[in-house]
Ligand binder design. Sequence first.
Ligand code: HPA
Length: 246
Amino acid sequence: MTTESIIGVIGGTALTNIDQLRNVETLSIDTPYGRPSSDLTQGTINHQPFVFLVRHGIEHNIPPHLINYRANIWALREAGVSEIIAIATVGGITKMMAPGSLVVPDQLIDYSWGRAQTYFDEGFTLHNHIEFTHPYDQALRQRLLETAARCDLKIIDGAVMGVTQGPRLETAAEIERMKRDGCDLVGMTGMPEASLARELEIPYACLAVVVNWAAGVSRDDISMEGIEKVLREMEGGIGRILGGYR
Ligand code: HPA
């Protein structure tokens, strides 16, 4: 990685600011699709440029289905990012995906609906059917995995992310169905983020942070206190990965 790369980071519930950023500047960017969820924060970590966007807004008041995904990805492109790391807080469905796990998914299934999901609403051509067999950029995934290994952090390579509409959590039957479909993880914001990045040809990978067992997987109900506790425990690991990323 050269220092010319600018790494875009979309922080979710799991990452609302990056403490290690230095030489910080705020970028206020408007787009043809409206305003992104937040101003962008530009800075460096160990001389590596980063641009940071808060997916749910600074006040965490934008629910998953109302996020302006098109404006967010467009604004990151305007800021010149060469790649995007999306931090996603998720529930674990399959056995390996216990709360406290860090995961780099390799596939997704989109169950969300009604979201503005393409830049090609107008002037559509045959070429606008983007190739999406592998929704996440393989080289970026690999760098995330290598960085975690360098930082002595356990990380799971590969998982199928199911993207639900939210903002409510799922029913146990919905999670059972998702499991039968092959989903390992469930989150609410992975789409259309990934496909919009692909439409703009920006390499995109997800760093998923498992904060609870999905509905019905464990006997206990899902509690926000439990989620917040895991989140607090995992913040350090996410910071270490970004600090060591190059
Ligand atoms: N379901 C959907 N999204 C989530 C969950 C969940 O259980 N946990 C964190 N984000």
